[in-house]
Ligand binder design. Structure first.
Ligand code: EZ4
Ligand code: CO
Length: 402
């Protein structure tokens, strides 16, 4: 079998998505997500200009060799643009292999290790009173885990707290909008939120919180300590993670579990975090960490060091990535949680998929391959619109993380 065509499809059914579709000489197709929020066209160009020409004529069965060829062969290794492009190829090849075998991809990865994939939803609101209503909405839908974010008194906007309820989209303006941030106000407020949430919902609901890389290690240690009475399942992205040993300081001070990795591209971004057991959940994803093949490599290293998976699953990762993530989640021994933000109806229509939510779990379905496709005619009706993630400044105007 040979790859005869590779199409790079950019569509914006509510937000931008980049999808790679591979076509073989026998008519079998495979899809891969290549979406990098705010930098979509960089990956689209990387694929069209540099990857697609090298794919034509290749044997789609050679998944690992193609991965190595694209990673080592480019000379320029790693980075979000390169690794998202490689991820799209890798994911599409697994899709093809599944279709050829007549098996869902999770069967090719070793079969199911659990009945379903436990997901968490996002409860966001400006105030504590409103967020309690949002959490109840998820609990009523059957969710067993909820990420809780609120506005901070004294701050005009807070990243992670959207305008809409079930659909959250942080990328807005073509040129980034700007927000202001105060660590003091934030650290004082968050523990009061979780005290209220625990007293309302009791001990069973799993609670998570995302810091979006905004603290220093000692500030994160203080936050983790102050949240210990409320038994979070994880505290996410407490600090920027370029300095992996920076997490030692957090670890020495708090038993609140730590999750990190939604911006990681390869195992090299987290090998020290994992080997030193500085984190509890690794949040790398199929689309930004080199595809199913490389993500599995990261999760295998994690399994040896008591670290569980907690893949990123925001709405800027397309249903193609979500489908692929579910096949991985179902088949690894050290699965933790899967983030699940619902896509809009427009997005779901462009990407018909077999995965479905039931009773707090997602299931990838039993279709051969990934069980997801792109409706290219429908996709063509939603042209690309530039949109960037906001930037964040301290109250005095200093640039800050996210
Ligand atoms: O900021 O997906 O855990 N989820 C998140 C997301 C990310 C966006 C970035 O594109 O932090 O909201
Ligand atoms: Co996050």
């Amino acid at each position: 079998m040979r790859i005869v065509e590779a199409r790079v499809i950019v569509t914006s059914p509510g937000r931008n998505f980049v999808t790679l579709k591979l076509v073989t000489d026998q008519g079998v197709t495979g899809v891969g997500d290549a979406t990098l929020n705010g930098r979509e066209l960089a990956v689209a160009a990387y694929l069209s200009e540099h990857v697609v020409p090298a794919l034509i004529g290749r044997d789609p069965a050679r998944i690992e060799d193609t991965w190595q060829y694209l990673y080592k062969g480019a000379y320029w290794r790693r980075g979000p643009v390169t690794m998202s492009a490689i991820a799209a190829v890798d994911t599409a090849l697994w899709d093809i292999k599944g279709k050829v075998a007549g098996l869902p991809v999770y069967q090719l990865l070793g079969g199911r290790c659990r009945d379903g994939v436990t997901v968490y939803g996002h409860a966001n609101a400006a105030t504590v009173e409103e967020v309690l209503v949002e959490i109840a909405r998820y609990a009523d839908l059957g969710y067993r885990a909820v990420r809780v974010q609120t506005g901070i008194p004294g701050l005009a906007t807070t990243y992670g707290v959207g305008r809409d309820r079930m659909h959250y989209e942080p990328a807005d303006a073509a040129v980034p909008s700007e927000a202001r941030w105060s660590t003091e106000r934030y650290l004082a407020h968050v523990p009061t939120v979780f005290a209220a949430v625990r007293s309302e919902f009791g001990p069973d609901l799993k609670l998570l919180h995302d810091v979006h890389h905004r603290l220093t290690p000692i500030e994160a240690a203080r936050l983790g300590k102050s949240l210990e009475p409320h038994a979070l399942t994880w505290l996410e992205d407490p600090v920027p993670a370029e300095l992996q040993e920076g997490f030692r300081l957090i670890r020495q001070h708090t038993t609140t579990p730590i999750a990190v990795g939604e911006v990681f591209n390869t195992v090299w971004d987290c090998h020290q975090l994992i080997r030193e057991q500085l984190i509890d959940y690794i949040r790398a994803t199929v689309v930004h960490a080199g595809g199913i093949s490389h993500l599995r490599r990261i999760f295998d290293l994690a399994a040896m060091h008591h670290v569980r998976s907690g893949s990123h699953g925001a709405t800027d990762l397309s249903p193609v990535c979500m489908a692929a993530a579910l096949h991985v989640d179902l088949s690894i021994p050290n699965f933790g949680l899967q983030e699940y933000m619902r896509h809009t109806e427009e997005t779901d229509a462009v990407f018909p998929h077999a995965y479905h939510f039931a009773d707090g779990y997602l299931h990838p379905g039993e279709e051969p391959g990934l069980g997801v496709d792109i409706d290219e005619d429908l996709a063509a009706r939603y042209p690309y619109r530039p949109a960037s993630l906001p930037v964040n400044r301290l109250e005095d105007g200093t640039m800050h993380s996210w």
